[in-house]
Design a protein around this ligand. Structure first.
Ligand code: OSB
Ligand code: MG
Length: 369
C-alpha cells in the first residue's frame, strides 16, 4: 500500500449541549480529520484533540504542527505492508500521541479497504455488536442530571458514567444510587483529587461503584497505587496511560484494576491492540473511552471494541447523543439493549458524507507524494 496523497482538515463542530468536566466546559469541538489516499481508496482518521491543552498536552494547533512538519514526511510516498509499520516509524517522535494516532488510523482504514475487509476484522476483532454506556457531564442542578439519567437508562445505555469534581461528587453519587438502585454506575474525576482526599474515597467505596476513573494526577501511577490499596472499588486509569509500557508498569505496581483505552491517547490502533492483549493476559478488563468524537473517530472506537477483552461497556454513544448531524452515513445508532451493530463493510464501514465534511472544515491542507 502506497500513500499517494494526504489531506488534513481543521474541523469545527458544535455539540447539541455543553459537556462539563472537572477541567473545562466544552460545546464547540475543534479537531482534525486526516484522509490517506492509496491508488483506489481513501482512509479516514480523526485527531481527537480540542482547542485547549487541559485534558492532555496536545491541541488542534500542536497536533497540526507535528503532523505537518514530522508525521506526513514519514508516510507520504511510502509503501507499507501493514499499518503496524506506521507505529514503528512514528516511535522516534516523542509522545504527540493524538497526532500520531490520527495519521495511523487513516492508514488502518485504507489498509482494511484495500484488503476488502472491515477494520474490526483487520484488527482481529470478532464481536458482531458492542455494548455501550454514556458519559454525562457535571450539572449545576442535580435534578437535571437525574432526569437525563432516567432518559438514558430508558434508551438502553448499559453503563452510566458521571463526571465529578470537588463539591460535586459523593452527594450526587448517593442520590443517583438512591433513585436508580443497582445500576452500573461509575465516576470520572479527570485528575481533580489528591491522596489527601482519601476519606472521601473511603466513603465513595461504600457505593458499590463499577470503578473510579482517574481520581489523581494525570501523570501518576504511584499515588494511584496507594489509593487502590485502600479501596475495594477498582481504580481505572485514563490520563496516566499513554503506551504499552505505561500499562505494563501500572499493572506491575497494582495502580489500577481496569484500563480505559483511548486510541488517540495511546498513539493509535496498533498500540491500543497491544495494551488490550497485555491487559487480557493479566485479567485486567478494558473498555474504550471517548473524546466527544465525530462519526469517524467513533467508527474507529467501535472497531477496536470488537476485541474480546473490551468487556466493560465503553463511552462510544451513538451520533445523536452529540450531534444534530454527523459527517458519516448511516449515523451510528444503538438499540434499546445498548448494542451498536458492527458494520460488515470494508474499512470503518461508514460513508463519509463529502458535503458535510466540507461544511465543517475550517481549513484544508493537501500533501502529494
Ligand atoms: O475523561 O473520558 C474522559 C470527554 C472529553 C475528554 C475526556 C473525557 C471525556 C468523556 C466523554 O468522558 C466521553 C465521550 O462521550 O466521548
Ligand atoms: Mg476519563
Amino acid at each position: 500500500m502506497k500513500i499517494e496523497k494526504v489531506i488534513v482538515r481543521k474541523m469545527k463542530m458544535t455539540m447539541k449541549s455543553p459537556f462539563e468536566t472537572s477541567f473545562m466546559t466544552q460545546q464547540e469541538r475543534i479537531f482534525l480529520i486526516i484522509e490517506a489516499y492509496g491508488e483506489k481508496h481513501v482512509g479516514y482518521g480523526e485527531c481527537v484533540v480540542s482547542a485547549y491543552p487541559y485534558y492532555g498536552e496536545e491541541t488542534a494547533s500542536t497536533a497540526f504542527s507535528i503532523i505537518d512538519e514530522f508525521l506526513i514526511p514519514l508516510v507520504i510516498g511510502q509503501e507499507f505492508n501493514h499499518p503496524d509499520e506506521v507505529n514503528k516509524k512514528f516511535a522516534r517522535v516523542r509522545r504527540n500521541n493524538m497526532a500520531k494516532s490520527a495519521v495511523e488510523a487513516a492508514i488502518w482504514d485504507l489498509y482494511a479497504k484495500e484488503q476488502g475487509i472491515p477494520l474490526a476484522q483487520a484488527l482481529g476483532g470478532e464481536k458482531k455488536e458492542i455494548t455501550v454506556g454514556i458519559s454525562l457531564g457535571i450539572e449545576d442542578d442535580t435534578n437535571v442530571l437525574l432526569e437525563s439519567i432516567e432518559g438514558y437508562l430508558k434508551q438502553g445505555f448499559k453503563k452510566i458514567k458521571i463526571k465529578i469534581k470537588p463539591g460535586k461528587d459523593i452527594e450526587v453519587l448517593r442520590v443517583i444510587r438512591e433513585r436508580f438502585g443497582d445500576i452500573a454506575l461509575m465516576a470520572d474525576a479527570n485528575s481533580a483529587y489528591s491522596l489527601e482526599d482519601l476519606p472521601l474515597f473511603k466513603e465513595m467505596d461504600q457505593l458499590n461503584l463499577l470503578m473510579i476513573e482517574q481520581p489523581l494526577e494525570h501523570d501518576d501511577i504511584v499515588d494511584h497505587r496507594k489509593l487502590q490499596s485502600e479501596l475495594n472499588t477498582p481504580i481505572c486509569l485514563d490520563e496516566s496511560i499513554h503506551s504499552y509500557d505505561d500499562a505494563r508498569r501500572a499493572i506491575e505496581l497494582g495502580s489500577c484494576k481496569v484500563i480505559n483505552i483511548k486510541v488517540g491517547r495511546v498513539g493509535g490502533l496498533s498500540e491500543a491492540k497491544k495494551i488490550h492483549d497485555l491487559c487480557q493476559q493479566h485479567q485486567i478488563p478494558v473498555w474504550c473511552g471517548g473524546m466527544l468524537e465525530s462519526g469517524i473517530g467513533r467508527a474507529h472506537n467501535i472497531a477496536i471494541t470488537t476485541l474480546p477483552n473490551f468487556i466493560i461497556p465503553g463511552d462510544t454513544a451513538p451520533s445523536a447523543r452529540y450531534w444534530h448531524e454527523d459527517i458519516i452515513e448511516p449515523e451510528i445508532v444503538m438499540d434499546d439493549q445498548g448494542h451498536i451493530q458492527v458494520s460488515d463493510l470494508p474499512g470503518i464501514g461508514y460513508n463519509v458524507v463529502q458535503d458535510k465534511l466540507e461544511k465543517y472544515t475550517l481549513e484544508k491542507f493537501i500533501y502529494e507524494a
